[in-house]
Design a binder for this molecule. Structure first.
Ligand code: SAM
Length: 316
């Protein structure tokens, strides 16, 4: 098998901090058929040496921590020119900056973990983010060629998303259609109001509502991937004891989230495992026909946030 050197993106360090190497190893472990070598530093840049068949290079280049790939032979290092093959411009996921945004590299990791484990057998995959904020995961899904739906409780998200889309579609001359409507009777709270962004054959829809009602808000067609970054317990979540944990919402939403998945579908949920603990997250999804897929990508973001990802697959 040919030898390669993967250039580790500086953005990965900004997402995974001191655990960048262990997260990278856990992510690449999901690509079958790759021989993992050593981490090396050259010219101040970080690399991971691997060996893999040529037909895996595109999947490897799409890993969240990878900036570029070099073929290594006796003559030296040769940059691999093949494109990552993403749709839409990267600005659609990384251009907007706002409070509460999920890091775009972490979001790509969630998508990759789910894609690596999905067993629905569908060729056209659909992604659901039941706590989608301003849509980072939905636009990543479109870049991967998937349609996506998000649920968000904050009504102001629709205007902000529309504003961002107008900016990036104009700047990058991206052909598209925007449409608005209601999935239920119009109401003052905005529950059921949606915004559709259609481009390159895919649609990203954001629907306003409580994630506990996700099943009713997103339609009956099943999803292959459920990717989400839940609140980190740094804001009041309305728990029974005034707790700052999002666990109460997850417990109420779990059944609906599971019902939205096709058999063989996969959830990748990012959360702060200081609050709630991993065992409590797993317990919230117990009895819903989901198995835990062990993928250890935990990394410390700050003193109070140890970010982990729970990966669950629905029995096929
Ligand atoms: C960590 S943020 C996700 C950010 C998003 N990934 C992005 O990059 O824009 C969590 C989101 O969950 C939303 N949320 C919290 N509780 C919710 C609920 N019960 N129903 C729907 N959305 C909820 C919050 O408003 C927030 O936008």
């Amino acid at each position: 098998m040919p030898d390669y050197a993967l250039l580790i993106s500086p953005a990965a360090r900004g997402a995974y901090f001191g655990e960048t190497q262990s997260v990278a190893l856990a992510e690449i472990a999901g690509v079958g058929g790759v021989e993992i070598g050593a981490f090396e530093m050259h010219g101040g840049m970080d690399f991971l040496r691997i060996a893999c068949a040529d037909d895996l290079t595109r999947e490897v280049m799409r890993l969240s921590f990878v900036q570029g790939l070099f073929l290594v032979d006796q003559q030296g290092w040769h940059p691999v020119e093949g494109a990552k093959g993403f749709g839409l411009h990267e600005d659609f996921v990384s251009g907007e900056k706002y409070r509460g945004k999920t890091n775009e590299t972490l979001t790509q990791l969630l998508v990759n973990l789910a894609l690596q484990e999905v067993e629905t057998g569908h060729t056209d995959l659909r992604l659901l983010d039941p706590m989608c904020g301003r849509g980072t995961s939905l636009f990543w899904a479109m870049r991967y060629g998937m349609s996506a739906t998000g649920v968000e409780q904050d009504l102001s998200a629709l205007n902000e998303i529309r504003r961002g889309l107008k900016k990036w579609t104009k700047l990058h001359r991206q052909k598209h259609k925007l449409a608005e409507g209601w999935v239920q009777k119009a109401n003052k709270k905005g529950t059921g109001k949606f915004l559709d962004f259609k481009s390159e054959g895919q649609t990203a829809r954001v629907v306003i509502g409580d994630t506990v009602d996700a099943r009713a808000l997103v339609g009956r067609a099943p999803f292959d991937l459920l990717v989400t970054d839940i609140p980190y317990g740094v804001q009041h979540m309305g728990g029974p004891d005034g707790a700052r944990s999002p666990l109460a919402v997850i417990q109420k939403a779990a059944q609906g989230w599971a019902d939205c998945l096709a058999p063989g579908g996969v959830m990748a949920i990012a959360y702060n495992c200081n609050i709630p603990k991993r065992a409590d997250m797993i317990a919230a999804f117990e009895g819903l026909n989901l198995e835990v897929v062990e993928r250890n990508v935990a990394h410390r973001m700050s003193e109070s946030i140890l970010r982990d990802v729970l990966v669950l697959r629905k029995a096929a």
